[in-house]
Design a binder for this molecule. Structure first.
Ligand code: CMP
Length: 143
């Protein structure tokens, strides 16, 4: 079954949106198979956002994501990568439709509440960066 990595960023945690966001994915019918509230060390932030190194916003991005706790999650379900990206809305909140997470709760691209893997390959890479295998619930243990 397909898995994706989603992370509520420091702005979402600080604004107490964890419950609201988790609720949206649960009501959709997706399954939470791993989650933790954590502070991201700089070296992990740099690995996670490696593809953006050299871009004008890179330093701000790394400094923001390490500025406070994040809520890291692994969700499972059919087409979960595509579905969760639709539910998050466009990266830039000014383009994100109302009804999406970024469309409803954010106004700035640098503080856009949530990150989600953009492909199955990035999902695999990001899950492995943030979670040990033994921190994830196995499919056979789900109801
Ligand atoms: P995310 O999905 O976490 O992936 C990379 C992040 O970079 C993105 O969400 C935005 O928060 C951030 N980002 C993208 N473009 C810009 C930009 N022009 N200025 C600041 N941050 C940006």
């Amino acid at each position: 079954m397909e898995k994706t990595f989603l992370m509520i960023k420091p702005d979402g945690v600080q604004r107490q949106l964890i419950g609201e966001i988790v609720n949206r994915f649960e009501r959709k019918g997706l399954q939470l198979v791993g989650a933790k509230l954590m502070s991201i060390p700089t070296n992990l932030a740099e690995q996670h956002y490696g593809e953006h190194k050299g871009k004008p916003f890179y330093d701000e991005l790394v400094s923001f994501i390490t500025s406070g706790p994040v809520f890291a999650m692994v969700w499972q379900g059919e087409n979960v990568v595509e579905l969760t990206r639709k539910m998050m809305g466009k990266t830039n909140p000014k383009d994100a439709e109302p009804g999406t997470i970024r469309g409803d709760y954010s106004t700035q691209v640098s503080q856009n509440i949530i990150h989600g893997s953009d492909s199955l390959e990035s999902a695999e890479r990001e899950i492995a960066l943030f979670f040990n295998q033994n921190e994830l619930i196995k499919s056979e243990n789900l109801i």
